[in-house]
Design a protein around this ligand. Structure first.
Ligand code: SF4
Ligand code: SF4
Length: 205
């Protein structure tokens, strides 16, 4: 859940139309019109990214008159499908995947089931990736991949692709490095167990 209480505003006098802000906005809320940045207030999720990156300090964050929350309620989607998607992406549904917004895997799975099929749409509707802008893109991409979706990357620097996880390491690489003090299979076993333990704990309640 994201409380959206700030809004980015552009000083058109200062803006040079360089597009840097366009390329860092996680919700694609900025367009260049007549060589000036224009922010869609409905789409801005108050992440500060544009303000921090503008080379001429043309953007300021202002308080919204009417703050609002963005959140996708997992209860509005099929629980079995949410659990299946999370399991396929190797997440416990209750696992927090964005610490800035305390977003859990089940919320992103529900957002995907609603048809939000890009990281940008998911950010817009859940607020994920609008805090530190760093940590949660990988879980989002893993959940999209689990749903069979390969999103097109925006023409910017918002993200670059999914990085490998411990589950992706080829057997020969695991064998080679296991002799050097790496225990990938143990890590996988533990991570799988943690997810399963939480899930069965929930079922027991
Ligand atoms: S980064 Fe700053 S100067 Fe560049 S387009 Fe955006 S507001 Fe204008
Ligand atoms: S979401 Fe972030 S980057 Fe996009 S306009 Fe709002 S503050 Fe700027």
């Amino acid at each position: 859940m994201r409380l959206v209480n700030m809004l980015a505003q552009v000083d058109a006098e200062k803006c040079t139309g360089c597009k840097t802000c366009v390329k860092v906005c996680p919700t694609l809320a900025i367009q260049i019109v007549d060589r000036k940045a224009v922010i869609d207030s409905e789409k801005c999720r108050s992440c500060n990214n544009c303000q921090q990156r503008c080379p001429v300090y043309a953007i300021t964050m202002v308080k919204r008159e009417k703050p609002f929350k963005v959140y996708v309620d997992p209860a509005t989607e099929d629980r079995t499908k949410i659990d299946e998607l999370c399991a396929k992406a190797k997440f416990n549904p209750e696992q927090i995947i964005c610490y800035c917004t305390e977003t859990r895997a089940e919320e992103i799975a529900a957002a995907i089931l609603k048809g939000y099929d890009t990281p940008e749409k998911i950010s817009l509707h859940t607020g994920v990736r609008t805090g530190c802008k760093v940590e949660c893109i990988q879980p989002v991409l893993r959940l999209l991949e689990a749903a069979g979706i390969t999103p097109e990357r925006p023409d910017g620097w918002q993200w670059y692709g999914r990085t490998p996880t411990v589950w992706d390491i080829p057997e020969d690489v695991k064998a080679k490095y296991s002799k050097r003090g790496f225990y990938f299979d143990n890590d996988i076993e533990l991570l799988n167990k943690v997810a399963q333990t939480k899930k069965s704990g929930k079922e027991d309640n």
